[in-house]
Design a protein around this ligand. Sequence first.
Ligand SMILES: *[C@@H]1O[C@H](CO)[C@@H](O)[C@H](O)[C@H]1NC(C)=O
Length: 203
Amino acid sequence: MEAISSKHLITSLFIIIASSFTAQSARKVSERPYQEASIVFIRTSCSSTTYPTLCYSSLVKHADLIQTNRMVLTGTALNVTLASAKSTAAMMLALGKRQGLKPREVAAMKDCVEELRDSVDELRRSIDEMSHLRTSNFEMTMSDVQTWVSAALTDESTCSDGFQETATGATNIKSTVRGEVVQIAQLTSNALALINQLANSHG
Ligand SMILES: *[C@@H]1O[C@H](CO)[C@@H](O)[C@H](O)[C@H]1NC(C)=O
């Protein structure tokens, strides 16, 4: 008798667990249509950027926010780029103070931090401009945003080029920093492509 009731207990436990799994997967399925639309939208929008894989991986995390809104997609791309530029500038500032760097490398690092800071300012300005985007000022605002983001891209390229020219030695730091800056420039280039898409979508 006791054996039977514990068997029953196990069976009912199993049923409870199984049905909670079913409920969970049912919820996932019902969430899917809108999420899938967002994922398709992000992938399609990214496909015309220069670095589509990076574009997709940096934005798909924010699919819930982006949904299928081109303006939010573009704003998110700028925010992601700004966050990345800020953290790299901070990292470089810390690395530049480390021992064992040659004077030329310290100088390159300093220049680079300056250029990154300029690009952070320019990205901030473009994000601020985007927040004032209206139908009435659309063309002028988009044109300003394009200008700021292009300037940010130029500063980042100057930084990564400057790094390439410095002497050998401290190679790990150099390639780490350069890799980070190159990625920021790629994120910026993608954001610019999305900005151009947004600008063209209105015309
Ligand atoms: C981007 O960041 C700004 C400033 O923090 C914020 O106001 C805006 O909502 C963000 N945009 C998106 C699309 O997340």
